[in-house]
Ligand binder design. Structure first.
Ligand code: FMN
Length: 383
């Protein structure tokens, strides 16, 4: 464990910006925070291209890489589930349901009948130690200052390899028991991911989760994640004992974000209650924008989502088809493929009411944080 992981990372402001989109990552780092590239949904080839591009953009400024490290990574030398085995395990009632959904929402067939990209067709999941190894090798060959484990405690050899390279290791935790496991494994920073957050979440809100984790793993520093889009929320997170904030949803509606325009429009017009914690995307509970995709899976007369990673394998080619069709400039979010197009998003989208830029978000957050602290001080002095 590093004595002061934040000075080792060397950022100007304690704002960490998670995104699968390399433009957002570079913009957050260039604005003084730490952009963190979500590698989980990309092929190894794409990750290599994106990391090179990010490094050209940010120069010596810090950035990070976030991996969906399979928890069965340790000892999975046998190779785990192959893509072919996983595909064979998908029940026909699920593919029938998906085929019917494509017809009902007028989603065109994939060109040539099969998705061109094997990785996308497999739902962006890595099934074996060997596949996860490729992504780790890319991370270790990069100039990233931070390696983040999205799901589960990183294996001891991964932590050791990162530390030997001078990289800081962080991991997301939705409950105190996860945070304790991370800290025991030598993780340098724990990210307390609360119920409100977009993506995989637990069931505890940030007002409770952040101080619980801060107390449980002190002196290991904590970042607060979930429900943070402005300076008031940042000030609250710091007051709860977090050393900084980790945001995901607030970048989705920025000019840099590669989210489909039709989904961006829907997002800025959505309210805080328009998200749902559901298994509809990965088979594990994660918070999504409540599009028709979520409603279809949540209906009582449709199949239950499959366990992870089978769900991602089942839906991968269909989501690719939906996204291709929803990318059309004529797509709208009230019907057809644009109504289905899924994205993870947190409750905080209720505060995101217009398109902005990453730099603007960060400046507003920093000044808003200072203003909020001043306001609290004035309030207390007036008592
Ligand atoms: C579109 C989207 C995709 C996400 N994917 C991942 C991921 O692959 N890995 C990860 O560690 N967290 C992921 N998250 C969670 C974020 O890292 C972050 O913890 C969360 O967005 C914070 O809460 P907020 O959405 O309220 O800002 C995702 C979040 C969003 C919105």
């Amino acid at each position: 464990m590093s004595d002061d992981p934040f000075s080792q990372i060397g950022m100007a402001t304690p704002i960490f910006g998670f995104s699968h989109c390399r433009d957002v990552v570079a913009a957050v780092s260039k604005a003084g925070g730490v952009g963190v590239y979500g590698a989980g949904l990309h092929s190894d080839e794409q990750i290599a291209i994106d990391l090179k591009w990010i490094e050209e953009q940010v120069g010596n400024l810090p950035y990070g890489i976030d991996l969906l490290m399979p928890s069965k990574y340790v000892g999975s030398e046998s190779g785990g589930l192959s893509g072919t085995q996983a595909k064979a395990a998908i029940p026909s009632e699920v593919t029938d349901f998906l085929d019917d959904m494509m017809v009902r929402y007028q989603v065109p067939d994939a060109v040539g009948g099969e998705p061109e990209d094997e990785f996308t067709a497999l739902g962006g999941q890595r099934y074996s130690a060997a596949q996860a190894q490729g992504i780790l090798d890319l991370a270790f060959a990069s100039k990233a200052k931070l390696l983040v484990s999205a799901l589960g405690t990183p294996p001891a050899e991964v932590v050791a390899r990162a530390h030997a390279r001078g990289m800081i290791v962080a991991a997301l935790a939705g409950a105190v028991k996860h945070a304790l496991r991370h800290a025991a494994a030598g993780v340098d920073i724990v990210i307390a991911q609360s119920y409100e957050a977009g993506g995989h979440t637990g069931e505890i809100g940030g007002m409770v989760l952040t101080p619980l984790i801060v107390d449980a793993i002190a002196p290991v520093p904590v970042l607060a994640a979930g429900g943070i889009a402005d300076g008031r929320q940042m000030a609250a997170a710091l007051a709860l004992g977090a050393k900084g904030v980790w945001c995901g949803s607030v970048w989705l509606a920025t000019a840099e974000s590669d989210l489909l325009p039709v989904v961006k429009r829907r997002l800025v017009e959505s309210a805080a209650e328009d998200t749902k914690r559901t298994r509809a995307m990965t088979g594990k509970p994660s918070r999504l924008l409540r599009t028709a995709w979520v409603d279809e899976w949540e209906r009582s007369d449709t199949p239950d989502p499959l366990p992870n990673p089978l769900h991602a394998v089942a839906i991968g080619p269909y989501v690719t088809r939906i996204e291709k069709a929803a990318a059309s400039p004529s797509a709208t979010y009230d019907r057809g493929p644009g109504a289905l197009a899924p994205t993870a998003a947190g409750q905080v989208i209720g505060l995101v009411t217009e398109e902005s830029s990453c730099r603007q978000v960060m400046m507003t957050m920093m000044t808003g944080c200072v203003d909020a602290v001043d306001a609290v001080q004035e309030l207390l002095e007036a008592q």
